[in-house]
Design a protein around this ligand. Structure first.
Ligand SMILES: Nc1ncnc2c1ncn2[C@@H]1O[C@H](COP(=O)(O)OP(=O)(O)OP(=O)(O)O)[C@@H](O)[C@H]1O
Ligand SMILES: [Mg+2]
Length: 333
């Protein structure tokens, strides 16, 4: 069979025609194997891309939900996501490899597979044993996410003109913490390069409401400081182990974001340094002008805090923490 030991390394053996005829392969090349998770618009599968001579590589395959496959507006959004992300090439951004359509017309994206946990599960792992993740590691993860955003925010076109990409959907579920210690941001699904035509409905706020910046509810044009706000909410939640603007309905969540009442982190977690609490607070300031103005500025603030010889926050330290959270999930979930 495909990728079996018989065919591996056999340059004479061409199994491409058989793959092309196999309905389980997308575009005759991509084999979804295990479901890795489900979101609002798609399901993500761990799978393999198959090449000649038994070559195969692990990939993530994001497949649009069937009920959305025929929705033109949605299809345009998904195609746009694929185009935008394909342009981004950065170690902290999940790399997109390919884009295609299934036999029934549904779209799919083939991406680099990240072996690890999303940040939501990472925090949940610790909460299962009544702990929160170590604050230095959370800060280091946040720096990596900000590096990804900084690259997207400072994108330029061929003539050097600034054409920032705003992510617009920075949430714990879209941050992957690898068991190898790499941190990768995914799903630039709602982002829209400012040089692209508008394809999302102007009246509809998409994305997870409790991470959206308050000015977006007042129909302000999104800018890079919206992403800073979302990073701030994510940071606050990872440090405290609680939801900041959680609510049962989107409307209630929006009202909470708009009110923007942020409990003092140090009252919840006294071990958190005052400087870190102040950084999180500044990132989730109600007014965009009160926040960090760029991802780089926030990176500088967090880096200054971590610049301490006793703090281990490098890749191996992140990897260790990710595996620890993974073990908690396995043992207690
Ligand atoms: N490249 C990847 N490698 C490994 N796992 C991934 C990858 N991309 C996504 N996942 C996993 O698949 C899950 C589902 O992803 P998906 O983007 O479809 O939904 P979501 O981010 O949870 O919510 P939504 O996208 O609807 O806002 C993620 O939470 C993550 O755990
Ligand atoms: Mg996602």
């Amino acid at each position: 069979m495909f990728g079996s030991h018989d065919s591996q390394g056999d340059l004479e053996h061409d199994d491409a025609p058989a793959r092309a005829a196999n309905p389980d392969f997308l575009d005759g090349k991509y084999e979804p194997v295990v479901s890795a998770g489900e979101g609002g618009m798609a399901s993500v599968w761990m799978g393999y891309t198959h090449g000649e001579a038994g070559f195969r590589r692990k990939v993530a395959i994001k497949r649009v939900h069937r009920h959305l496959a025929g929705d033109d507006k949605f299809a345009r959004m998904f195609v746009e996501e694929a185009h935008i992300v394909a342009e981004l090439n950065h170690p902290n951004i999940v790399q997109i490899h390919d884009f295609g359509r299934e036999a029934d017309g549904g779209y799919f994206i083939v991406m680099e597979w990240v072996s690890g946990l999303n940040l939501k599960d990472y925090v949940r792992g610790y909460s299962l044993v009544d702990r929160t993740p170590p604050w230095p590691i959370v800060s280091a993860i946040t720096i990596e996410v900000l590096r990804a955003l900084s690259a997207a925010h400072s994108r330029t076109d061929v003539s050097g003109r600034a054409v920032p990409i705003i992510h617009r959907d920075v949430t714990p579920a879209n941050i992957m913490v690898g068991f190898n210690g790499y941190v990768k941001l995914t799903d630039f699904g709602l982002s829209r390069a400012l040089d692209r035509p508008r394809t999302t409905d102007p009246g509809i706020v998409k994305g997870k409401v409790s991470y959206l910046a308050p000015e977006l509810f007042e129909h302000h044009k999104p800018d890079v400081r919206c992403d800073i706000f979302s990073v701030g909410v994510t940071l606050w939640e990872a440090l405290s182990g609680r939801r900041l603007f959680g609510a049962d309905t989107d409307v209630d969540a929006a009202l909470r974001v708009i009110a923007c009442e942020v409990p003092d982190l140090r009252e919840l977690r006294p071990e958190i340094p005052a400087e870190l609490s102040a950084i999180a607070r500044r990132a989730v300031a109600r007014g965009p002008d009160e926040r960090f103005q760029t991802a780089r500025e926030m990176i500088a603030a967090l880096s200054a805090l971590l610049c301490h010889p006793e703090l281990a926050t490098d890749g191996p330290a992140i990897a260790h923490s990710a595996r620890e959270a993974g073990d908690f999930l396995l043992e207690h979930d």
